[in-house]
Design a protein around this ligand. Sequence first.
Ligand SMILES: *Cc1c(COP(=O)(O)O)cnc(C)c1O
Length: 430
Amino acid sequence: MTDAPSYGFDTLQIHAGARPDPATGARQTPIYQTTSYVFRDADHAAALFNLQEVGFIYSRLTNPTVAVLQERLATLEGGVGAVCCSSGHAAQIMALFPLMAPGCNVVASTRLYGGTVTQFSQTIKRFGWSAKFVDTDDLDAVRDAIDENTRAVFCESIANPGGYVTDIRAMADVADAAGVPLIVDNTTATPYLCNPIAQGATLVVHSTTKYLTGNGTVTGGVVIDSGNFDWSASDKFPSLSAPEPAYHGLKFHETFGSLAFTFHGIAIGLRDLGMTMNPQAAHYTLMGIETLSLRMQRHCENAMKVASWLEQDERVDYVTYAGLPSSPYYERAQACYPKGTGGLFTFAVKGGYEACIKLVDALEIFSHVANLGDTRSLIIHSASTTHRQLTPEQQEAAGAGPNVVRISIGIEDADDLIADLDQALTKACG
Ligand SMILES: *Cc1c(COP(=O)(O)O)cnc(C)c1O
């Protein structure tokens, strides 16, 4: 299928990037389980290695199954190109890699997936990079945090774990004014509920492990480029604007224009960091994406029902779901996320840490796992697991205090989920 922007989301989630296999006519995208590709002749090989011709060389760089997924995700997000990676965390490093250098920083939201807080506050220091965390509801604080060494602003659309919703347009305006790209982790919203690029984001990253695959089978990630950022407007992004010694002085931005970031991600990022998605993973994720809109609708519907029930239960202190009229984020959610605010939120149990532990153990339908965005309902006590490495202050800032559990509402019968929570709360608080 040629990518006609006139097609609707439901059509694109099935067809974008895919076409009948040219060799066999296979209707479903084959899993090209191969590491290498025969060159037509020596000239063809040389042209590929010089980036003069686009084609398949070696599966650390590109693979036809992965390429279909890349095209589909770029289309769904409204970007010009995408690079798939081995995990969501790999995608975050791959997004920052062309932008950062030793001494540079990223200004990041305090409300991020716990693993991202750890990656940004600890691990990236080994590269000489750093992160400055700010409350992204305070735009002045974001503005103030950006300094001459800032190379990106990073936030989540619907922030894990609380399900807080970010005003991406407002964040993009701040980043724009400072001449740095806005990177949005759109994992928990998915392109069905939110298109960060349409609201001014430069780059979108996903953990495809979650809703995009949707069935808890494979880890994966992706970086999608809007193609809208002028990498040559300042001298801040030499990896993209200045001569690249590894390619005989080629300048990515000058040569590839709006595809500079994507080409760099493959030709330098995947080539040298090797955080490649394998074709099996791409296959599972392609299968998942075919039903993304249907699942997201049900996730949102179910989450609304469960959150409303929890909110009126006397054993529950508060519920953070932004779809609830009582949420401080309700107005913003209605304005920025009109199709719904996803299936992820937290609630606080009056019995505190001990009750949370008992609750998690007493549930029967909900699985106690460190994952989200599955068809199955999932629960985790963040403070004792995903956010365990954080300080108490960081836990609170991330909305993952000791009395808080995070749930990822699946697509089962909402009544069954409510009954399960009811019996488990009785055991936990009784
Ligand atoms: C899971 C997750 C990640 C990390 O992705 P992995 O695939 O587990 O590496 C990043 N951001 C968010 C919002 C996530 O939920």
